[in-house]
Design a protein around this ligand. Sequence first.
Ligand code: ZN
Length: 184
Amino acid sequence: MLTSQTEVLAQVFKALDFAADKHKKQKRKGKNEIPFINHPIMVAQVLTEHGDIDDPVILIGAILHDVIEDTETSNEEIAGMFGQEVVDLVLEVSDDKSLCKADRKEQQVITAPTRSDRAKNLKIADKICNVLDMVRFPPDWSLNRKIEYVDWSEAVVQGLRGVNPKLEKHFDETVAYVRNRLQS
Ligand code: ZN
């Protein structure tokens, strides 16, 4: 349990250093060559700015949310450095890699309502960032595929609602903005 604000900040910076190192060889999709680490940083930023979140487990979990899914990182490694609550949260928002891509996407829609409040907040912020990236750092996809991605993100978030009205409103505004930009 983190008590002082200094201790929380120390853990946050430790998580940033850890995740930046784990993701060092990855870039975000799209031709802008954005380092992957910018994505988890932005998710944590959206949680604070648009979700009023100050729970260190959620913020550290946001910074680490893709390390198990996308890098060679074990649950034990995270548990040892950041505690069991953080691992549990990261696992909750990680896809089951044994499933194919289409099944993983379907599972996200099905399991969304069963997630903890912490995981729901993190997932909504993750979807806000991913939807915004469709126009901020556009992947090399057809317009249709981008629209389908936004539709799917909305279906997932539908099952996550009821935990953070402010963050949910920001998701809706982001979707409206992105749909508008995609159509123009
Ligand atoms: Zn993510």
